[in-house]
Every structure is written in structure tokens, then in C-alpha cells.
Design a protein around this ligand. Structure first.
Ligand SMILES: Nc1ncnc2c1ncn2[C@@H]1O[C@H](COP(=O)(O)OP(=O)(O)OP(=O)(O)O)[C@@H](O)[C@H]1O
Length: 208
């Protein structure tokens, strides 16, 4: 179980709280959608869950344990909207995948076509690069995936393809997913339940 309990976070002491007492639980293999207003703190929560940001208060645990080892890949992997910002443009796809430390034989050809391996990021399409980015996260064998607007810049067909691949992999491996998107119909298609932060706003500037 991925559990976030009483998470408070702000980017600086003189800034308003972005997350103010957020609780969230995601079971293995469960797909949870998160939508809400722009600037509401969804991406911030994703970064806290994946260990990129440390909460000011509260705890994130996976099966009751707070992930902490810097040597092992984090059990919660974050996949972002712009894969070109996540992958070094000077690396070929093969090198970007190998940097995870995993064996490349483990790369699923449904996600990454072998012909892409010797190309640079600018030599494959945006949708293909996002598939490489997703494969990179999956190669670390995460327990949970935070998919933050991963298909927002893609056309409808590519978007559907990415989500089909992601859901297939996560179902097979029992990976829980937090899907963050402005696209509520998309979330209702991919997720078992959708949390709407419009109804319960965070980041409303509470002091605490
Ligand atoms: N690195 C940062 N430094 C300072 N403030 C930040 C930083 N990143 C985000 N913020 C602020 O934190 C708040 C929440 O941002 P966040 O990106 O988490 O919201 P969001 O719900 O994901 O928004 P969107 O739907 O537009 O992506 C916003 O007010 C934003 O300006």
C-alpha cells in the first residue's frame, strides 16, 4: 500500500502551504485519478510521493516503510508530461535506458521498438519518447507510478496507445498508479476512482 498521511508542504517558509494535511492511499495494482484546478498542488503531491520533495510534515510509506535508500531505485517512480526534459538529449535511447542500471533485455518491445535504441531523443517522435520515458521508469521495477499529465501533449491516438501500454504493464506487475490530469473523461476511463481537488481545495494559503 502506498500511503500518504497528513502531508503538509510549502516551497518556502514565507510561501503559502501547497499541501495542507493531504491523506491518500493507493493499493497495489489500483489506478487512482487526480484532477483539480491549475496550481492546486497535484504535481507537488506527485513529487512528494516519489521522494523528489520532502514534506514539511507528514509521512509517505510503501507497505508501512518510508522509502529512504539512495542506492536502490525509489519504489514510487514519477513520469512527467515532457519526456524531452527527463531524458538527456546527448544520450541515445539505449544509454538513457541503461542508466537505470537494469538489463536492457528487460525492455518490453511493446513499449520500445528495438530500432529506437541507437537513436537520439530528437530522432524519435514525442509519443515514442514518452514510451521510452515510461519504459525507463518501469525498468526500475517500481511498486507505484505517478503519471503526471503524461499524455497531455499527444494526439488522441497516441494518448490512447500510451495509456493502454501503461495499464497493461501495471496490471501485469501489480503496480499502483496515481494518474494526474486535467482531463476528467480520460481519468474516468483509466482509473478505478477519481479524486477531485476542486471539491476539496488544497493550497488555499492556510497558515499552519
Ligand atoms: N519549484 C517551485 N517553487 C515554488 N513554487 C512552486 C514550484 N512548483 C510549483 N510551485 C507552486 O506551487 C503551487 C502548486 O503547483 P503544482 O504544480 O503542484 O500544481 P498543479 O495542481 O500540478 O498545477 P497544474 O495543474 O497547473 O500543473 C503553485 O502555486 C505553483 O506556483
Amino acid at each position: 500500500m502506498l500511503q500518504a498521511e497528513g502531508i503538509w508542504f510549502r516551497y518556502a517558509r514565507d510561501r503559502p502551504w501547497v499541501l495542507a494535511g493531504v491523506d491518500l492511499g493507493i493499493a497495489p495494482g489500483e489506478v487512482v485519478g487526480l484532477c483539480g484546478p491549475s496550481g492546486g498542488g497535484k504535481s507537488t503531491l506527485g513529487r512528494v510521493l516519489a521522494g523528489h520533495l520532502r514534506p514539511d510534515r507528514g509521512l509517505v510509506t510503501v507497505d508501512g516503510v518510508a522509502p529512504h535508500s539512495r542506492r536502490a531505485p525509489h519504489p514510487v517512480q514519477l513520469v512527467l508530461q515532457q519526456p524531452e526534459r527527463a531524458i538527456d538529449p546527448r544520450w541515445r535511447v539505449r544509454q538513457a535506458l541503461a542508466a537505470t542500471g537494469a538489463q536492457l533485455e528487460g525492455v518490453d518491445e511493446r513499449l520500445v521498438h528495438p530500432s529506437w535504441l541507437d537513436r537520439y531523443p530528437h530522432e524519435i517522435s514525442g509519443g515514442e519518447l514518452q514510451r521510452v520515458n515510461l519504459a525507463r521508469a518501469l525498468l526500475t521495477r517500481p511498486r507505484y507510478l505517478v503519471a503526471d499529465e503524461i499524455s497531455a501533449s499527444l494526439d488522441a491516438v497516441t494518448q490512447a496507445r500510451i495509456w493502454t501500454l501503461l495499464l497493461e504493464h501495471c496490471r501485469e506487475a501489480g503496480i499502483g498508479v496515481l494518474a494526474i490530469s486535467h482531463d476528467r473523461p480520460l481519468l474516468e476511463t483509466v482509473a478505478g476512482r477519481v479524486l477531485d481537488w476542486t471539491a476539496v481545495p488544497f493550497g488555499s494559503g492556510q497558515d499552519g
